[in-house]
Design a protein around this ligand. Structure first.
Ligand SMILES: CC(C)(COP(=O)(O)OP(=O)(O)OC[C@H]1O[C@@H](n2cnc3c(N)ncnc32)[C@H](O)[C@@H]1OP(=O)(O)O)[C@@H](O)C(=O)NCCC(=O)NCCS
Length: 189
């Protein structure tokens, strides 16, 4: 997922002074009425492929504990969000517990301060604590800020997905392996 950025999206980083400390909180169902409209609005602002409310609920209702929000403490408004899931994936010879980062966005005025990095690290830690073998995601090949952010955090390019998005743009699938592969046990059973 992580649909492509709109061609006319506000891609410039407009730096403002940050509040001293943003609040970083885990999503929970009781926050839906307060934050789901803001989450949808923040994500749909920059992504060209609109997701229905069911897509958001699919992730947030099942894996809210893997979703994190950055809030401005002045008014509790949403500044950034990461939305993930964690499931068994059985297309490999050995089934893997695969984390997936589905959506990530930070409000344009707040970009370039490490907010997305912090949100993604929190999501990685939460998935690692739940024993994930790997974390994957897709991002548009031309989305330089996202590619840099993920590669800085150790994600590797595993596959190029040609014309992956509705607008014809291609994506990279990125993967963060969380466990060393024990090659000696491969194929031994
Ligand atoms: C991609 C996106 C989420 C990045 O958000 P962000 O909060 O600006 O990301 P970060 O601040 O963590 O990282 C961006 C830069 O800030 C720098 N940075 C990190 N910590 C910092 C800090 N404490 N202070 C200042 N700058 C910092 C990073 O070095 C990075 O710079 P570089 O990549 O040029 O080296 C944001 O641009 C966005 O919402 N884009 C639209 C939606 C989108 O494309 N989502 C991803 C789809 S996969």
């Amino acid at each position: 997922m992580a649909a492509t950025t709109k061609p006319n999206a506000d891609s410039e980083v407009h730096k403002t002074s940050l509040p001293i400390d943003l609040q970083y909180i885990q999503y929970q169902h009781s926050l839906e009425a307060q934050y789901l409209p803001a989450i949808r609005s923040l994500i749909s602002k920059d992504l060209s492929e609109p997701y229905s409310i069911y897509v958001y609920r699919y992730f947030l209702c099942q894996w809210g504990h893997l979703c994190y929000m950055a809030l401005d403490p002045a008014d509790s408004s949403l500044v950034g969000v990461v939305i993930c899931k964690l499931e068994m994936h059985s297309s490999h010879s050995t089934p893997t517990l695969r984390g997936y980062i589905a959506m990530l966005a930070v409000s344009s005025q707040y970009r370039g301060h490490g907010i997305a990095t912090k949100l993604v690290k929190m999501a990685i830690d939460a998935m690692a604590e739940r024993n994930a073998d790997e974390i994957v995601l897709e991002t548009e090949e031309t989305n330089i800020p996202a590619m840099r952010l993920y590669e800085r955090l150790g994600f590797l390019r595993s596959k190029k997905l040609h014309r992956y998005y509705l607008n014809g743009n291609s994506a990279y699938r990125l993967v963060l392996p969380l466990k060393a592969v024990d090659e000696s046990s491969e194929g031994s059973e």
